[in-house]
Design a protein around this ligand. Sequence first.
Ligand code: FPP
Ligand code: MG
Length: 263
Amino acid sequence: MLLRCLRWIQTKVAQRAERLLLRILAVGPIPQHVAFVMDGNRRYARMNQKAIAQGHSDGFVALRRVLEACLRLEIRCVSAYAFAMDNFRRSPQEVDDLMHLAHDKLMEMSQHGQILEEYGVRLNVLGKTSLLPEYVQEAIRHVESVTRNNNKAILNICMSYSSQDEIATAVESAVRKSLENTDPEIEITEEDVAAQLMTSVAGSPPLDILIRTSGVKRLSDFLLWQCCENTQIHFCKAYWPEFGLFDFVPVILEYQRKCWGTR
Ligand code: FPP
Ligand code: MG
């Protein structure tokens, strides 16, 4: 009983300290759009003698935790790489587990009292959703329609996503739009393509920060166009399910330092 009481006090103190830290950070410049390559779920699972599916499930818990920290900081848009088109090459069992996890968590997040409602977040699923099983597509339609009028923040869940595919589709759309004009000259500018990217159509601001966990230093076909001149890219050693405030705060501080440096 005493031990449980002490644990409760410890949790409450830690939560208070976290909130205070986020409030202090929020006084400085805050990025508008932060993206995460949530890598390392399977290595985390192996390291902790857990099943791979449990590693992905713990990865979702980390996503909710990190999203909440972002929302408290009033970051307007968060993008998360949940399933690359290339991930279809994994074992049928792992793909099936990931699809069921996505379905269950999207449905859970669409419920009243959950994080999306609490913080007024619109959820968009970006990628070739037609490649996903019908039951996942149905969950996507549901959560997107339930959160459509939320206007305080945006969560982009990217699945089944490929940046090269996104760019090719954006170029195609820009050309189609241009063909609608009567002018026989076709001129496609960078802005025309950028406006057709899935992130832009979903209302996302320019990407300020991209973070990849697990020590791997690659972009893996994620937001290649969006990573432009001003985007800060951070590679962090923690496996995604373990990624926490102690990994995130230095990234925000570095962003603030650079913003102040350019003033
Ligand atoms: C990469 O780690 C992670 C994934 C392929 C899946 C990420 C998915 C989640 C965190 C949950 C998604 C939640 C929703 C709502 C869709 P890895 O499997 O490549 O691990 P490794 O690098 O250690 O092999
Ligand atoms: Mg990986």
